[in-house]
Write a new protein. Structure first.
Length: 224
């Protein structure tokens, strides 16, 4: 192999190694401290001017909220290592018309990346996801997810969402309220937890049932 090509290969290898190391350090840091903000939150702040967000630790979030978001977004959260291969194969079989992202992948996207579909974003997501699973507990993943997720225009995190929609803290949420908040997550700019549409009510009822199911069958054990 020519020396020039060997040199180029070495540079690429060192670059990839440096990127992986940087990702590991960044993820390990957020295992200990709360992410101060995210690219999407910054973007929405510039667009709308005002952002409502208050970080709360996991112990100050109602357990029903954890179970509801898992039931809504990733029922097998406790059973995979960041990628749900069964759901991924099902999505591929259906031509990519259904979502297959796990809560870990969604957390990676929300904390570090940008919204929208692109191969560069998916590649970075694939790099971050196993590192997050290695450094964070499942409960930490959900804690961070619920503190950076968007629940309405300019409303980020479960504490701001609980106060915005129901006038109470995240600790005080009931199962029905938690299920409604989980129901709006896929499209928070269109769905409402207060005065919800019939479709959102049906979705919330299914989430509440799912939350009870994963508590009974042990699929909530890794974060409770």
């Amino acid at each position: 192999m020519p020396a020039r090509r060997l040199g180029l290969f070495g540079m690429v290898r060192r670059g990839v190694a440096s990127l992986v190391l940087a990702i590991c350090v960044w993820v390990a840091t957020y295992a200990l401290i709360a992410p101060p903000t995210t690219p999407y939150i910054l973007s929405e702040g510039l667009t709308h001017g005002t952002i409502h967000r208050t970080w709360v630790p996991a112990d100050e979030i109602a357990p029903v909220m954890f179970r509801s978001v898992v039931a809504a977004e990733d029922a097998n959260f406790c059973l995979h290592w960041g990628f749900d291969m069964r759901q991924l194969r099902a999505a591929i079989a259906e031509g990519g018309n259904r979502g297959a992202s796990t809560l870990t992948q969604q957390t990676v996207k929300n904390v570090w990346l940008w919204h929208g579909r692109s191969w560069p974003r998916k590649a970075l997501e694939a790099l971050f996801t196993p590192v997050v699973e290695a450094f964070w507990s499942k409960r930490r993943i959900l804690e961070i997810y619920l503190n950076v997720a968007e629940f309405d225009t300019g409303v980020f995190g479960i504490e701001a969402a609980a106060r915005h929609h129901f006038g109470k803290s995240a600790r005080e949420l009931t199962l029905s309220e938690a299920a409604l908040l989980a129901a709006v997550l896929p499209n928070p700019k269109e769905r409402q937890a207060v005065n919800p549409s019939t479709a959102t009510k049906r979705r919330a009822a299914a989430i509440a049932d799912g939350a009870a199911t994963i508590q009974r069958d042990g699929r909530a054990d890794c974060f409770q």
